[in-house]
Design a binder for this molecule. Structure first.
Ligand SMILES: *Cc1c(COP(=O)(O)O)cnc(C)c1O
Length: 948
């Protein structure tokens, strides 16, 4: 369309918005609205519409945005950071960078809740769990947490759940990372637990605690055998956890062999760049006895309908979406892509390669220490892995300055010491630059292999990574094909729409992704001096300003690493606000029954008690019930948590009234911002009456889901809550919710470039089209399926709920059957059984074209006809394409004794001919996998011959 090409407004964001002008017109005709503005007027209540347009100036072209971000990136200065403290230089192998990190087949996938279309990433995550179990010497590992500090907090929570000791204090090794101590303090306070920080060998009173956390190696380099303190803890029924560096564990005795119950840590140095704080995957492992108390996702092995091996998520009933305020944690999105990268790093290097890296790191630390000792400095500890602490008396400032001048960041320890941590990227010239800084310009790097200085008795003797997957032929041809094979098993956005209600699986534009690979963003240590991160400063400030303009809030904190962490941070701000006013008794949190499971789980973590409010027949909050409960708990009301538009996909007309009721009783309003994709440019949470929200940047603002993370869940607050935003994790004091001050800072360029590419007008247009696409689907499916919950004028918001419950009775067909049949059609199923059990929630987003949406609707309508055939008796109620879905390529060969054809089985409406997606397994048996729990790589037969 030539007109498009010359309309600068349309040109700039034409790629992000799926339907063309002509398609928009055709869709409007179907939904029965004269134009987009009229549709929005019919859908979004006038009373909540924002008064002014978002104005970010003109939208920019892709090339202009990249050029602009280039100039901002250049304001970051990449020095060598030997700061340590949980973050290390590392090299992502180029094969992994290009084939996973920069490959949409991996980064645009969703969380693996539908196992049949997720076998590739489930295998990679199973490799991750096997890696973690082997390194830690423990039995069961989960598939990643947000960062080491929150993993430590999860360990503390888990210790409290499983300990038989009934104390209310948790002991923390003074050698723990300061950011870990900070997050532990934050987490403990609302739950009424005391944090005792001290020396495990002199200060630990086992009888006074329910558990303890030790750091291995410690932040200043100490490497201790904790067997003694652990035995003492066990004697009184308390739990021992160790935060351990996974690279050190290739050389050192693992936590499991010291008797630890839990191990946690960061897998960052397994090939994931520091990224000014993230994203990276944390790990957590435990003994078999405690596996049911383990938080987070656990991948397990099961079988499919044909008895073939298949992976899927295990023990899901522990999770927030089922257990809500009784869940083991609020963890939802949790760094899957980064766990996949870490696992591939281990596959890429194998145990010998990893050990060689660790060995080289250690020898360089030894050389460095020896040189400093020759210069007359006292170096501690006497035995270490990669970290040493040098006594420098009054010369601390001078030496740090010298190091900076030589391009190296070192760590300030107290007033008279300097910490140095060696990493995979340390080279002879860096060692020499450090010596220079200490005045040793004459010292020469000796290539000879110095004697190790690992602590006696802690040298690892047990094997690890013996499974053949870590011994495959590591020629790049084989590695590339392995990554490709796994990617091909999965269905991600690069193949088909992922119409997941509430999850907003929209375009992750390539132009937005490019800058995050640049070293100016990826290679900055989160605790590097601020003058080296001026580009980040500009990015964070400008993005915060834009997000404030979009939401109507007064300030943003970028610290939370996921939506659930944002909820937690926001509720903590509310709690602190009440405390500051002497109203500690305000602990009741009203949450609608339709809320996302993370809402009640987060409230519980803040020491709040959840009171559930019902919904009326239209999917709105039952206002009478709400008012009554607010009244009943008035004096103790802390907050309500609402989602807007509601999780039912409706713009509630009376949302302002709900906010007024809560404020009238002295409570605060938390508005879950997961549905912001229906609001941007049209209405602002801050104007509606909310006090705080999280924004899922990995939903509305184009950060890819990565197969279940990374994510960013920054919170916006009104001015009165600004003093209670998350604090600086470096302080070691309560207040921080993540290990790094700006969470996963290195993925912020994605959201920022989205805003720049779209401009205010483009962002608003995206919202309108998201609403159009959802209403178009609702209209096309309405004759075949009941659409639950519409707002005024029969309009839905940006998503709609399709009711398939009647088919259980009429044809014995469940929501699962329909979801799995959609896989045969080449689609990721929509959100299943949430917020209403037995239904499907569909969210197309603005990025999907009419053609793709029609393909989806055609598939849904054809499925309806398959159901009708069962209802009418022309199809077997037990042996039909729905019950047997999904079908694999194996179903095309061998005997076929079904009453329908192979063609009907494998090529239903919507399939893309020769581009058909073939699921690698038939329907996965979840119950079998939970009965026969197996959470690390299965025995080798299937992997062929090992090849070192
Ligand atoms: C996705 C979502 C969340 C949780 O976000 P995570 O980033 O996965 O932790 C919370 N509430 C709603 C309504 C959501 O859709």
């Amino acid at each position: 369309m030539s007109a498009d090409r010359y309309d600068p407004y349309d040109f700039a964001n034409r790629r992000h918005i799926g339907p063309s002008q002509a398609e928009i017109a055709a869709m409007l005709a179907v939904v029965g609205a004269p134009d987009l503005h009229a549709l929005v007027d019919e859908t979004v209540p006038a009373g909540i519409r924002q008064a002014e347009r978002i104005d970010f100036g003109r939208s920019l072209s892709e090339r202009r945005v990249i050029e602009h971000i280039r100039t901002v990136a250049d304001r970051n200065r990449v020095l060598v950071s030997l700061i340590g403290q949980g973050y290390h230089g590392t090299t992502m192998p180029p094969a992994i960078q290009r084939n996973i990190f920069e490959n949409p087949a991996w980064y645009t996938a969703y969380s693996p809740y539908q196992p049949e279309i997720s076998q590739g990433r489930l295998e990679a995550l199973l490799n991750f769990q096997t890696l973690v179990c082997d390194l830690t010497g423990l039995d069961v590992a989960n598939a990643s947490l947000l960062d080491e500090a929150t993993a430590a907090a999860e360990a503390m929570g888990m210790a409290h759940r499983v300990a038989t000791a009934k104390a209310d204090a948790f002991f923390v090794d003074h050698e723990c990372l300061p950011q870990t101590i900070a997050v532990l303090r934050t987490r403990a306070a609302p739950l009424g637990w005391r944090i005792v920080v001290g020396d495990p060998f002199t200060d630990l009173d086992p009888a006074a605690v329910f558990g303890a956390l030790f750091q291995y190696p410690g932040v200043c380099g100490d490497v201790h055998d904790f067997s003694g303190p652990i035995a003492a803890l066990h004697a009184v029924g308390a739990i021992a956890a160790i935060a351990a560096d996974p690279l050190a564990l290739t050389l050192l005795k693992p936590p499991g062999e010291m008797g630890a119950d839990i191990a946690v840590g960061s897998m960052q140095r397994y090939g994931v760049p520091m990224g000014y704080g993230g994203p990276h995957a944390a790990y957590m492992a435990t003994r078999d006895a405690h596996k049911r108390a383990l938080p987070g996702r656990i991948v397990g092995v099961s079988v499919d309908a044909n008895g073939n091996r298949a992976y899927r998520l295990a023990l899901q009933t522990r999770e927030q979406h089922i257990r809500r305020e009784k869940a083991t944690s609020n963890i939802c999105t949790s760094q899957v892509l980064l766990a996949v990268i870490a696992s591939m790093y281990a596959v890429y290097h194998g145990p010998r390669g990893l050990k060689a890296i660790a060995d080289r790191v250690h020898r360089d630390a030894v050389r460095l220490a020896a040189g400093l000792e020759r210069l007359g400095f006292t170096v501690r500890p006497p035995a270490f892995f990669d970290t040493i602490t040098v006594e420098v008396g009054p010369f601390q400032g001078v030496i740090l300055q010298n190091a900076l001048a030589n391009g190296v960041n070192l760590r300030r320890v107290g007033s008279d010491r300097i910490g140095i941590t060696v990493d995979e990227r340390t080279r002879p010239d860096i060692v020499q630059a450090v010596w220079h800084a200490f005045g040793g310009s004459e010292l020469a790097y000796d290539e000879g292999w110095p004697e190790p200085r690992l602590p006696q008795g802690l040298v690892r003797t047990s094997e690890y990574l013996t499974h053949p997957i870590f011994h495959m032929n590591r020629a790049e041809s084989e590695m590339t094909r392995y990554m490709r094979r796994l990617a091909d098993r999965d269905l991600a956005l690069d193949r088909a729409m992922i119409p997941l209600g509430s999850c907003t699986m929209k375009l992750n534009a390539t132009a937005e992704m490019l800058p995050i690979s640049w070293p100016e963003f990826s290679e900055i240590h989160p605790f590097a001096p601020e003058d080296q991160a001026q580009g980040y400063r500009q990015l964070i400030d400008d993005l915060s300003e834009k997000l404030c303009a979009i939401t109507g809030y007064d300030a943003i904190s970028m610290q939370p690493n996921s939506g659930a962490q944002g909820e937690y941070a926001g509720l903590l701000a509310i709690r602190s606000f009440h405390l500051s006013r002497g109203e500690a008794h305000r602990t009741v949190c009203l949450i609608p029954s339709s809320a996302h499971g993370t809402n009640p789980a987060s409230a519980q973590m803040c020491g709040m008690s959840v009171v559930v409010v019902g919904a009326d027949a239209d999917g709105n909050i039952d206002l009478d019930d709400f008012r009554a409960k607010a009244e009943r708990h008035g004096a103790n009301l802390a907050a309500c948590m609402i989602t807007y538009p509601s999780t039912h996909g409706v713009f509630e007309e009376r949302v302002r009234e709900i906010c007024d009721i809560v404020h009238g009783h002295g409570g605060q309003v938390y508005l879950d911002g997961a549905n912001l994709n229906a609001l941007v440019g049209l209405a602002r949470p801050g104007d509606i009456g909310a006090d705080v929200s999280h924004l899922n940047l990995h939903k509305t603002f184009c950060i890819p889901h990565g197969g279940g993370g990374p994510g960013m869940g920054p919170i916006g607050v009104k001015a009165h809550l600004i003093p209670f935003l998350p604090g600086d994790p470096r302080s070691g004091e309560a207040g921080a919710v993540s290990a790094a001050p700006y969470g996963s800072a290195s993925i912020l360029p994605i959201s920022w470039s989205y805003c720049l590419l779209m401009g205010g007008r483009g962002l608003t247009q995206a919202t309108r089209v998201a609403i159009l696409n959802a209403n178009y689907i609702a209209r096309r499916l309405a004759g075949a399926y009941p659409i639950l919950y519409a707002g005024r004028n029969g309009r839905v918001a940006h998503e709609c709920i399709v009711d398939v419950r009647p088919f259980q009775k009429s044809a014995g067909i469940s929501v699962d059957d329909i979801a799995k049949r959609l896989i045969d059609c080449g689609f990721h199923p929509p959100t299943m059984s949430w917020p209403v059990a037995g239904t499907l929630m569909i969210e197309p987003t603005e990025s999907e074209t009419k053609a793709e949406i029609d393909r989806f609707c055609d598939a849904m309508l054809a499925i309806r006809e398959e159901i009708r055939a069962i209802e009418e008796g022309s199809s077997d109620p037990r042996n039909n394409p729905l019950k047997n879905a999904p079908h694999t390529v194996q179903d095309l060969i061998g005997p076929w004794e079904r009453p329908y054809s192979r063609e009907a089985a494998c090529f239903p409406a919507g399939t893309l001919g020769i581009d058909k997606y073939w699921p690698p397994v038939n329907r996965v048996d979840n119950a079998y996998g939970d009965r026969n729990l197996m959470c690390s790589c299965p025995p080798p037969e299937a992997y062929g011959e090992a090849a070192e």
